[in-house]
Design a protein around this ligand. Structure first.
Ligand SMILES: NC(=O)C1=CN([C@@H]2O[C@H](COP(=O)(O)OP(=O)(O)OC[C@H]3O[C@@H](n4cnc5c(N)ncnc54)[C@H](OP(=O)(O)O)[C@@H]3O)[C@@H](O)[C@H]2O)C=CC1
Ligand SMILES: O=C1O[C@H](COP(=O)(O)O)[C@@H](O)[C@H](O)[C@H]1O
Length: 489
């Protein structure tokens, strides 16, 4: 396949190699890229975790993970064996100094010093600093090394700064890759193509023509096996501070000079810095938080969040925010951001509502044009237009949707976003990773919201599992005469 170029030989060291993320996402993603011919035969993938396992036992776990998390039509015994032959495993408490590090260093003893090394931290963020310290102590960091940091980068500004400082002591910023898997999604990257490669859209991309923007990421799942993490996080930290603000940045940013990493990141940073601060006073009118109660999804009864957790909790599973980007381009345009667990359907989308035509020639006012960028599922673009109602003799309008699916060649599903990002780190392309100042700017905006919630300035609402969220979120838009997309379908 000519669009997947083989990368240079590399060593990928995954800290947290026995964990959920590695098994569910990272190993399947790397397998897929080997299958597509992107991974050279002498690449190595080295897992590290505290659990004592032989290489064979780890390979057996990896095999099970591939079988469990990949569709059977992509698994061929020959390819699986070729992939598993690339794997190694070291038992290592990576946060401590010990002779356990010898097993890792010995794997690198004969490696070419300029061979690409990627250290992927798929473990608790509070360990990142000590893992870096040990990588340095045991002489594993080379000029051609990169470190990939999983989210969350902190739970607030102070913890984010501590993580960034801890890693930054040993790796210069250009070797640090903070992953945000939403940036690896094909249709999120498509925001750039749609905006900047289509003068028709680009010309209308401002407050002069746009009335509001909605960004939604809703899921039908609850917190699954991650309740311990989720309950310390909540919807705002889990999805909005990172993924949805990144999407907002791509929608709102000025055109970067190029697709070079720093050009794009500077443009995103400018948006984050232009976000109107939400204060303890404004949080009550600009934000909504809620927890799901028992309900029905897909015909099945599901328990409420507190029942699932088995303890009282003040963690939100739904968050909606009305954000404002205080730049001339976005003067008075509300950006509604929303995320939910146990929602009525799984959908991630951007909905841009344009101002209606100011004409009286048709009698009734024409409907607003509306552009929907479907991030998932059914990736595509939909544009609502006004056309003449063909059924009537009188000149009357109705709406018609131009709807195009964005598909891979041959109708194949899009690769999981991790696939691209894992290999971008090998190729040394950081454009789809987050720079330190972006993370911190996002916390600067999010933290006062979290503080207001902690101080109970915004009541915790409830919504039934299987619904679209609490009524208060509907009201957030109603004040501007808007409705959430599903209500206008
Ligand atoms: N799971 C997911 O879907 C997502 C996860 N993330 C992030 O990825 C990271 C990992 O998440 P997840 O896989 O779910 O977590 P898990 O708890 O499933 O896995 C944690 C991993 O870290 C290892 N580990 C813990 N302490 C040490 C140590 N001192 N030295 C070496 N290894 C250690 C554990 O193995 P052992 O006990 O054997 O040491 C295990 O392999 C977290 O930062 C999470 O927030 C981000 C997005 C999605
Ligand atoms: O980062 C996270 O994202 C997932 C949702 O990702 P998606 O690609 O399925 O939209 C979310 O379930 C998880 O809680 C969060 O940590």
């Amino acid at each position: 396949m000519e669009h997947f170029q083989q990368v240079e030989p590399f060593d990928y060291v995954i800290f947290g190699a026995t964990g959920d993320l590695t098994m569910r996402k990272l190993l399947p993603a790397l397998y897929n890229r080997l299958r597509l011919g992107q991974i050279p035969d002498d690449a190595r993938i080295i897992g590290a975790a505290r659990t004592e396992l032989s290489r064979e036992a780890y390979v057996a776990r990896a095999r099970e993970a591939l079988e469990r998390f990949l569709p059977s039509d992509v698994l061929s015994p020959g390819l699986v064996d070729r992939f598993l032959a690339r794997l190694d495993y070291v038992t290592l408490d990576s946060s401590r100094q010990s002779e356990q590090w010898d097993s890792l260093t010995s794997l690198f003893a004969k490696a070419q010093p300029d061979r690409v090394r990627v250290f992927y931290f798929a473990t608790a963020p509070q360990l990142y600093g000590s893992i870096c310290e040990n990588l340095h102590r045991y002489g594993l960091i080379t000029a051609n090394s990169r470190v990939v940091l999983e989210k969350p980068i902190g739970t607030d500004m102070a913890t984010a700064t501590a993580i960034n400082d801890g890693v930054g002591q040993y790796f210069p910023e250009k070797q640090i890759y903070r992953i945000d898997h939403y940036l690896g999604k094909e249709t999120v990257q498509n925001v750039l193509a749609l905006r900047f490669a289509n003068p028709l859209i680009n010309a209308a991309w401002s407050a002069e023509h746009i009335e509001s923007v909605q960004i939604t990421a809703a899921e039908t799942v609850g917190v699954e096996g991650r309740a311990a993490y989720y309950d310390t996080s909540g919807a705002l930290r889990d999805m909005i501070q990172n993924h949805l603000l990144q999407v907002l940045c791509l929608v709102a940013m000025e055109a970067p000079d190029s697709l070079e990493a720093d050009a794009v990141r500077n443009a995103k940073l400018a948006v984050l810095n232009a976000l109107r601060p939400i204060t303890e006073a404004s949080a009550a009118t600009e934000t909504v938080r809620a927890q799901y109660t028992a309900g029905v999804i897909g015909g099945e009864n599901v328990p409420g969040y507190l029942e699932e957790l088995g303890t009282p909790s003040a963690t939100e599973t739904f968050a909606a925010v009305r954000a404002w980007v205080d730049t001339p381009r976005w003067k008075n345009v509300p950006f509604y951001i929303r995320t939910a667990k146990r929602s009525a359907r799984k959908v991630s989308e951007i909905v841009v509502t344009f101002r209606p035509a100011a004409t009286t020639m048709f009698g009734a006012a024409p409907a607003s044009n509306r552009l929907v960028l479907r991030i998932q599922p059914n990736e595509g673009v939909e544009l609502r237009l006004n056309v003449k109602n063909p059924a009537l003799d009188v000149f009357n309008l109705h709406t018609a949707d131009l709807d195009t699916s964005i598909r891979m060649e041959g109708g194949m599903p899009f690769p999981d976003s991790y696939e691209r990002l894992l290999l971008d780190a090998v190729r040394g392309d950081p454009v789809l990773f987050i720079r330190r100042d972006e993370v911190e700017a996002a916390w600067r905006w999010a933290e006062p919201v979290l503080d207001a919630w902690k101080h109970n300035k915004v009541p915790m609402q409830t919504y039934s599992a299987g619904s679209y969220g609490p009524e208060q979120a509907t009201r957030l838009l109603a004040e501007h005469g808007d409705t959430w997309h599903e209500a206008s379908e």
